[in-house]
Design a protein around this ligand. Sequence first.
Ligand code: 5GP
Length: 194
Amino acid sequence: MALVVVITGTSGAGKGTLEKILLQRMPTLFELAVSATTRERRPSEQEGREYYFVSESVFEQRVQEDEFLEYVDLPWGARSGTLRSEIDRIQANGKVPLLDLETDGAVRVKQTIPGAVTIFVDAPSFDELERRLRARATESSGEIQVRLDLARKQQEQRDRFDYVIVNDNVDRAADELQAIVEKELQTAGTMSRP
Ligand code: 5GP
């Protein structure tokens, strides 16, 4: 059973930072499954690295052609989805796909891919989440409020996932994430052996 690691959690909890650290620490094992999105590229982002940035019409065409394993319509208007081709490409390279999804998408992947392991990353408190989102300053204040409302609903769902990591300190949380994936890699390896 091929392992797929899904990182989920609230917007602003630090999922992206933890993923980057994991990819740096274990570059031969993991690769990020790059989603397609209709949202605008942030200055720090690169086409094909964080996302494939596509127009509404291209996204809709891909939906119609069943190219997405799953996709989501986010409350602030953006659409983002996991391309089946990304999972196939990464697995064909002998690596484990790492997915960054909001909570509903993570649940859908868990239901459709038997080898999926889901990890929920949370901020230590709601006040801290709000502070981080405002400090990032990549969204308008209206969009920040919508992200905070969604975050509250997502936090209530955290028990639906295989693991919860509280990102109180980046180094400690990254060590915890690494320990989880090492354990899961060992289990997946043991189970696929004849
Ligand atoms: P952001 O706009 O901050 O990059 O992402 C917003 C939310 O969308 C995050 O929670 C992120 O995990 C989620 N997300 C990004 N790509 C996908 C995707 O392909 N599918 C789903 N379900 N969620 C995604």
